[in-house]
Design a protein. Structure first.
Lengths: 153, 420, 148
């Protein structure tokens, strides 16, 4: 077996996603470049990826979050950007994780709305909002199903 | 592979390969045979639609993705030369999806497909033959389409148990050689000289040579073969040729010394195939052990087994070769007749092949049994009963790989004539 | 700052909310990063080798498929490290590391078994539910600070 010598050891990579009418992925990337100071920034269709020491990456992220606080979302990534092992061009298709992002981005506006609304809440109203039901979807009870069925027929 | 030649593109439809630590084994095996694995590119909406259309309510997201990837190929949105479907060994959910996707692809496209279940110990060498077969079908369609042998050609099958050689001339078999495999090259040399002697020819009289079997690369290089090809495609081609079933559907079963192969063939071209891999239990090796325990030569086991009605009443389980041998010993100790035990061993192997391999291909008549084990009549009878059909065993069935090699390599005769 | 296991472990939303509200999200990326940044034998793409399913035997028996044991080698250490967990019901469209339903079942069970603060909820299906969703997570994470 071939030995493996890793690259970018000790760095972290974070995805920055933006879904906003006011801020484009390019705006995010530009803002990141401005304060990059040698940290690797890669512009993507959804925002950018930042690779560097944990401190450097945190510094840039804190700066970016302020630009559009409710519509910028950040997540860790295991691979450095453009890694051929995960690259669509090399694999022929998107890595599975891409579809998971696609799914969450389809309703991320609800999260943005939630962040905006809860942003101004005091302790009491936050507690109250958190107490609202958001039930886990229960499967239909068999008796209820039978009742509904008999009502229909 | 020449620099200009495009690699064969094999679509990977798998679940769990990366997390089993074997993705690199798949990729490397493909590269070795001049192929490239790729993930069919689908979007989330394709996954949702495919999941709904296909109708199999699986829970694992990666299996939903597998369904979408298969659909994208079948619907022609993504092109592929071959499809490799694989999932974790012992995963029931994935086994259902794997089987249904294979069936769906075979019924709705002409793309060859191989299905497989792996574990963390699956290595590139195990995958090689399967991926090579996919690559062969894509790259050598013209050679594989050959139905008549021309010129004087030789096929050598360097198998795990035995080495075989066939010499053919103008569509007739004129020389044969057969030896147990000991030293791979020496066994090959021996069978070649046996076949040459029988045919009355010299090596220089041979127009083209094809090799197959486990030792195909080594032997191929040694005897300067024109064609070196895996046994899945070579054997299936040899089988339909000898059984005169080159048109329409056929199912080829080859119970080998170390693994069993089941190949579903259409118009002489393998469509889907499977090959035992995780365990060598229930292979021809078990029948060898049975004959040793019964004190008869393997060539006599067939006749002995036919003295029994079928041996279904004898407790026997060849799922594992170790426990199988134990049940053999127990049966003899319990007073069962050697003939019944021999028949029971045949029945058990047939049952295992039915359960493990034949579920992965579509059984269509004629069912052709080939390889040395097809000479054991009790095994053929047991398989026929299992499948409720008359199993065809063509002449020279034990030489199947060598016949296939001689037949396919005759494609090089025309080429050589042209070049001359 | 508490270490909060996020389930789905690949979730952008959970990873963001946990970090945004001052805690450390524990998800797949951390384990994958460790694999990708550790020298050893070359095994692309995610540098998992046959040793990972073997390590997974700590959490799942040998008859459990290799893909599950391999995934457990990614998650098991994170669950052990976790001080709290947020669990989303039925992540049926999270792929890759979260692509196996059987692994996910075992993972949820392990999280539920562990004595630590947990929040179980589902994804929001409207703007209004978005408020409740974020409020629940924010409140849960604030309470973790108090406990600390």
């Amino acid at each position: 077996m071939k030995p493996y010598v890793p690259e970018y050891v000790g760095t972290v990579t974070k995805y920055v996603f933006v879904d906003s009418p006011n801020t484009t992925p390019q705006d995010i990337a530009t803002a990141a470049y401005e304060i990059a100071q040698g940290v690797m920034i890669k512009e993507t269709c959804f925002g950018c990826q930042i690779t560097g020491s944990p401190e450097d990456v945190d510094r840039i992220i804190s700066h970016l979050r302020v630009l559009d606080p409710y519509r910028i979302f950040i997540k860790d990534r295991g691979f450095p950007p453009g890694d051929s092992r995960r690259c669509r061009a090399d694999l022929g298709g998107a890595r599975p994780g891409y579809l998971g992002h696609e799914y969450e981005m389809s309703f991320i506006r609800y999260i943005s709305h939630g962040l905006e609304e809860t942003g101004g809440m005091n302790k009491t109203s936050l507690k109250k909002a958190a107490g609202q039901p958001l039930p886990l979807e229960e499967p239909l009870d068999a008796d209820l199903l039978e009742k509904l069925f008999s009502e229909e027929t | 592979m020449s620099a200009k030649e495009q690699p064969v593109r094999i679509a990977q439809i798998t679940c769990g390969a990366e997390y089993s630590g074997i993705q690199n084994e798949i990729t490397s095996a493909a590269e070795t045979v001049g192929a490239k694995m790729f993930y069919p590119d689908v979007a989330l909406k394709d996954v949702k639609r495919a999941y709904k259309d296909f109708g199999l309510p699986v829970k694992s997201p990666d299996l939903k993705l597998a369904i979408a990837r298969a659909q994208a190929i079948v619907e022609g949105r993504i092109e592929a030369d071959g499809i490799f479907i694989a999932s974790c060994f012992r995963c029931a959910e994935a086994a259902i999806v794997r089987n249904e996707l294979r069936r769906y692809i075979v019924e709705n496209s002409k793309i060859p497909v191989v299905s497989y279940s792996f574990n963390e110990r699956t290595g590139a060498s195990t995958l090689l033959t399967r991926l090579e077969a996919l690559s062969t079908i894509a790259k050598r369609r013209a050679l594989m389409a050959r139905e008549v042998q021309v010129g004087t050609t030789m096929g050598v099958d360097s198998g795990s148990s035995t080495t075989k050689c066939i010499i053919m001339q103008d569509n007739e078999i004129i020389g044969t050689g057969w030896r147990p495999t000991t030293d791979v090259l020496k066994s090959a040399d021996d069978v070649v000289s046996l076949a040459l002697t029988e045919s009355g020819l010299k090596l220089s009289d041979i127009d083209a040579i094809g090799t197959t079997g486990y030792g195909r690369f080594l032997v191929g290089k040694h005897i300067k073969a024109d064609l070196i090809q895996e046994e899945l495609t070579v054997n299936s081609k040899g089988a339909v040729y000898l059984a005169n079933a080159q048109k329409g559907f056929a199912t080829v079963i080859d119970i080998g010394g170390m693994d069993n192969k089941a190949i579903s063939v259409k118009d002489g071209m393998p469509g889907s195939f499977t090959m035992g891999g995780i365990c060598a239990g229930a292979s021809g090796r078990f029948l060898e052990m049975t004959s040793k325990r019964l004190g008869v030569d393997i060539t006599e086991l067939g006749a002995l087994s036919m003295e029994s009605e079928g041996g279904e009443n004898v407790p026997m389980n060849s799922y594992c070769i170790v426990f199988g041998t134990q049940s053999l010993v127990n049966a003899l100790a319990a007073g069962y007749k050697p003939a019944d035990v021999a028949a029971a061993a045949c029945h058990s192997v047939a049952q295992q092949v039915y359960e493990q391999q034949l579920q992965e291909v579509d059984i269509k008549e004629p069912v052709i049994m080939v390889g040395g084990s097809s000479l054991i009549q009790g095994l053929v009878r047991a398989m026929g009963r299992m499948l409720n059909t008359e199993v065809v065993v063509p002449h020279h069935a034990q030489y199947i790989g060598a016949v296939g090699g001689a037949l396919i390599s005759s494609g090089f005769v025309d080429k050589k004539v042209k070049e001359a | 700052m508490a270490k909060v296991f996020i389930y789905p472990a690949t979730s952008l939303i959970l990873s963001d909310l946990v970090a945004r509200f001052g805690h450390e999200p524990l998800g797949s990326a951390l384990s994958i990063r460790e694999h990708v940044q550790t020298p050893g034998f070359d095994s692309p793409p995610i540098q998992m080798t046959s040793e990972d399913p073997q390590k997974g035997l700590k959490w799942a028996a040998v008859e459990v498929p290799s893909g599950i044991r391999g995934r457990m080698a990614l998650y098991g250490p994170l669950v052990e490290e976790a001080e709290a967990a947020i669990i989303i019901d039925e992540p049926d469209l999270a792929f890759g590391c979260m692509g196996c339903a059987r692994t996910n079942e075992l993972l949820v069970f392990m999280l539920r078994e562990k004595e630590m603060p947990k929040l179980e909820l589902r994804y929001p299906a409207s703007k209004e539910e978005g408020v409740t969703f974020v409020a629940k997570i924010k409140q849960f994470l604030k309470e973790l600070e108090v406990k600390e």
